[in-house]
Design a protein around this ligand. Structure first.
Ligand code: ADP
Ligand code: 5GP
Length: 223
C-alpha cells in the first residue's frame, strides 16, 4: 500500500501505525492518509549557534521544513508570528495543552512555555518534507523517544560556556539578566548531550554546518 514520494512514505494512518511509534501519542493520525517522513532534532544551549545552523540546513537543498513551535515569549528583533514561532498567550497555550494539541511542551525558561504542535508534523509530512525541530535538550530527548529510528537527534555544543556568553552578548538580542538565565541553564543542557545520537562542536561555524549537513543527508537516505 505504501508509496514513495521525495524519499517519504505515504500510507494510511491507522492503529498499526500509532503502535509503531508510541501508542497514544500519535493517535491523531487515525483514519487519515499521512505522508510519513523523517524527523531531525536539533538541540543546544541558547547561543551555541543552533539558529544559524538551522538556517543553513533549511537553505541546503535537502527537503527539510522547520517545525514552528508555539511559545508564550514575546517576539524578539525581526521575528514574525508564524515564521520563527506561533506567539500565543499563556491562556491560549494552556488551552492547547488541555486539547492535547502538543506532542511535547516545556517551561524552558521561568514563565515561558514552548511546545511542538502535532499539526506541524502532519503539515510538513503532507507537504512531502522532513521535519526539522529546534527544541531544548529535554524536548529533544522526548521527541527521540517518541519517534525512535525515524528520528535523528543532534546536539550542537559550544566550545565553552564563556564563548557561549560572549556570543549571546554579541548577538545583542537579550538583556543582561536574560543572558545570565540562558548561561545558567547551559551546564545542565550540556550534561544531557550524551543522550543524543550525535554531538557537533560549533567552534568553526562552516565546519559545524558541513558536519551537520552530512549527518542529516546520510540519515535521510536510509530506508
Ligand atoms: P542559538 O540559536 O543557539 O541561540 P545563534 O545561532 O543565534 O544561537 O548564535 C548566537 C550568536 O553566535 C549569533 O550572533 C551567531 O551569529 C554567532 N555564532 C554562531 N556560530 C558561531 C561560531 N562558530 N563562531 C562565532 N560566532 C558564532
Ligand atoms: P528562544 O527563546 O531562544 O527562541 O528559545 C529558547 C529555547 O527553547 C531554545 O533552546 C529552543 O530550542 C527551545 N524551544 C523552542 N521551541 C521549543 C519546543 O517546541 N519545545 C521545546 N521543548 N523547546 C523549544
Amino acid at each position: 500500500m505504501a508509496q514513495r514520494y521525495k524519499g517519504i512514505t505515504a500510507q494510511r494512518g491507522n492503529g498499526a501505525m500509532a503502535q509503531r511509534y508510541n501508542g497514544a501519542m500519535v493517535q491523531w493520525y487515525n483514519g487519515k492518509i499521512v505522508m510519513e517522513g523523517k524527523l531531525i532534532i536539533i538541540s543546544a544551549p541558547s547561543g551555541a549557534g543552533k539558529s544559524t545552523i538551522v538556517k543553513y540546513l533549511l537553505e541546503s537543498g535537502i527537503n527539510l521544513e522547520f517545525s514552528i513551535s508555539a511559545t508564550t515569549r514575546k517576539p524578539r528583533g525581526k521575528e514574525k508570528d508564524g515564521k520563527e514561532y506561533y506567539f500565543i498567550s499563556v491562556e491560549e497555550f494552556r488551552r492547547r495543552i488541555r486539547n492535547e494539541e502538543f506532542i511535547e511542551w516545556e517551561e524552558v525558561y521561568k514563565d515561558h512555555l514552548y511546545g511542538t504542535l502535532k499539526s506541524e508534523i502532519e503539515r510538513i509530512w503532507n507537504a512531502g518534507n522532513h521535519v526539522l525541530f529546534d527544541v531544548d535538550a529535554k524536548g529533544g530527548i522526548n521527541l527521540k523517544k517518541i519517534f525512535g529510528s525515524k528520528a535523528i537527534s543532534i546536539f550542537i555544543m559550544p566550545p565553552s560556556v564563556a564563548e557561549l556568553e560572549k556570543r549571546l552578548t554579541l548577538r545583542g538580542t537579550d538583556d543582561p539578566s536574560k543572558i545570565k538565565e540562558r548561561v545558567a541553564k547551559a551546564d545542565a543542557e550540556m550534561d544531557q548531550s550524551r543522550k543524543f545520537d550525535h554531538i557537533i562542536i560549533n567552534d568553526i561555524l562552516e565546519k559545524a554546518e558541513k558536519e551537520t549537513y552530512t549527518l542529516i543527508s546520510d540519515f535521510i537516505k536510509i530506508k
